[in-house]
Design a protein around this ligand. Structure first.
Ligand SMILES: NC(=O)c1ncn([C@@H]2O[C@H](COP(=O)(O)O)[C@@H](O)[C@H]2O)c1NC=O
Length: 512
């Protein structure tokens, strides 16, 4: 009996040439779904339509074409089992030797800017993955091809192996088919997850495609990989790395923290320098260069080996200064050609362009034993118009502006967090301490003389009045904190006694 090939392809590239060789060189009979059969017939080839072969018409506008026992029986039958062969004979089913399928273009469909959910769903291929998975499962007896770039290799294989692909070839293509259907389903899952209105649904499935195996994780003895979700063009997956070494696990963790903090500053030029996800220097100024110089001067010791995030496209003047320092990564929403040329000489420095810095994940995920925790990303911030001045002394407009700057910064410092700022620049950062007054001590000590006339921000309320007293002693003029402690009145009384302005934001920003 002649060998039988089933062809059902969305992308018809190379189809006619393959089919012609199958028929003319190797004597195959062809069975094809509607559109594929039409293409082959128009090319002058003899082909049986699936509908004619099964006796069942394609229905539901193409939702059911190849989903039939005469097709899947012919694919899944074990040719070395009497029972399977008997079933084929009883049901007049021919064994299928080759399955050539490529799937509806789901990824291309959802990449279209105005795609509707209905259009996306109609582009979820059902029969195709079923054909691929069934054929891949039975690779011991047949070959499956899911990629037009494999057609030539298959024909070469047939020529070299006397008309039947080797077991090795069949297995390789089966693995490729499973990987392909797996990736296809992940793209669907990611798309539908993104469409989900409920942030915390009853069931949450996380799926991503491995983009990069990292050299190691947080430490050299930990393995790690980077997985991308969606179309692979969102967020860091869509960033352009202009130069530099491969991104490491820690680079990406720091870059994401840098992206998050810089999104708070959308108006004037702002530069953040981060170490281990905490800002060691952050400043806003009239120019990017000035903002960088101020951020660097805030803590030039810690900035060594830091991650720099800019909220405006990197210009030549700023690049010239960046070049002078050893840095791990620089990220900006754009990079002027002059800046690119200047940094080019620092070939190891990773320079990334992330056009949409604002685009962050809606939820954050943390693995714990026996499951994972999911929380909404902390994307809100209470603005001064919603704050409450709790002291007798009222803030001046300048102080209010500086308080808002400090509040935006402290939101992104690991808890317990205290920042001291002046002239839209950090001068002291107390990060990740086990008690709040300890964080204040670090920030104030680092600020030193600069604490005189400066602002202090706290990510959470003061449980005691000790931080207010320490701040006042160091010369702090105004404090911004959420409020909400049972002992708020003690802190307010201390601020009043010491002539310090204090405002409550009503919103806490713990960050672990
Ligand atoms: N529904 C089915 O039974 C079915 N069988 C095969 N397909 C897909 O239909 C496409 C080919 O269709 P046509 O030959 O009509 O152009 C291929 O991408 C193939 O994966 C199907 N379509 C969607 O599920």
């Amino acid at each position: 009996m002649a060998p039988l090939a089933l062809l059902s392809t969305s992308d018809k590239t190379g189809l006619v040439d393959l089919a012609r060789s199958l028929v003319e060189e190797f004597g195959f009979d062809l069975v094809s779904s509607g559109g594929t059969a039409k293409t082959l017939q128009e090319a002058g080839l003899t082909v049986t339509k699936v509908a004619d072969y099964t006796g069942s018409p394609e229905i539901l506008g193409g939702r059911v074409k190849t989903l039939h026992p005469r097709i899947h029986g012919g694919i899944l039958a074990r040719r070395n089992l009497e029972g399977d062969l008997q079933d084929l004979a009883d049901n007049e089913i021919r064994p299928i030797d080759l399955v050539v399928v490529n799937l509806y273009p789901f990824a291309q469909t959802i990449a279209k800017p105005d795609v509707s959910l209905e259009e996306a769903i109609e582009n979820i291929d059902i029969g195709g993955p079923t054909l691929l998975r069934a054929s891949a499962k039975n690779y011991a007896h047949l070959t499956v091809l899911c990629d037009p770039t494999d057609y030539d290799a298959y024909l070469t294989e047939l020529r070299q192996q006397g008309g039947k692909a080797s077991a090795e070839f069949r297995k390789e293509r089966a693995i490729k088919a499973f990987a392909h259907t797996g990736g296809y389903d992940r793209a669907i899952t990611a798309y539908l997850t993104g469409q989900q209105e409920e942030l915390l649904p009853p069931e949450f499935s996380l799926s991503g495609e491995k983009r990069q195996t990292m050299r190691y994780g947080e430490n050299p003895h930990q393995s790690a990989a980077w997985y991308q979700t969606g179309t692979g063009k969102e967020g860091w997956s869509g960033a352009t790395q202009l130069q530099g070494k491969e991104l490491s696990y820690n680079n990406l963790v720091d870059l994401e923290a840098a992206r998050e903090i810089i999104t708070e500053f959308t108006d004037k030029p702002a530069v953040a320098i981060l170490k281990h996800t905490n800002p060691c220097g952050l400043a806003v100024a009239d120019t990017l260069l000035e903002a960088y110089e101020k951020a660097l001067a805030a803590d030039s010791v810690s900035a060594f080996g830091g991650i720099v995030a800019l909220n405006k496209p990197l210009d030549g003047a700023t690049a010239q200064e960046l070049k002078k320092m050893f840095l791990e990564c620089v990220v900006a929403p754009g990079c002027e050609p002059e800046a690119e040329e200047i940094l080019h000489k620092k070939s190891k420095l990773r320079v990334l362009v992330l056009p949409d810095l604002m685009q962050g994940p809606p939820v954050k995920i943390k693995g714990i034993a026996g499951g994972f925790l999911l929380q909404e990303s902390d994307r809100t911030i209470s603005t001064p118009d919603r704050w409450q001045v709790v002291t007798e002394k009222q803030p001046t407009p300048e102080q209010l502006e500086e308080l808002f700057f400090a509040w935006k910064v402290v939101k992104h410092v690991k808890s317990n967090a205290i920042v001291v700022t002046k002239n839209q620049t950090t001068c002291g950062v107390g990060a990740g301490q086990m008690n709040r007054v300890g964080a204040a001590q670090i920030a104030l000590e680092q600020a030193g003389e600069k604490a005189r006339g400066a602002i202090l921000g706290s990510d959470a309320f003061f449980p005691f009045d000790d931080t207010v007293r320490k701040a006042a002693a160091a010369g702090i003029e105004a404090i911004v904190q959420p409020g909400g402690s049972v002992r708020d009145k003690d802190s307010i009384a201390a601020a009043n006694e010491l002539g310090v302005v204090m405002v409550f934001t009503g919103m806490r920003h713990f960050l672990h």
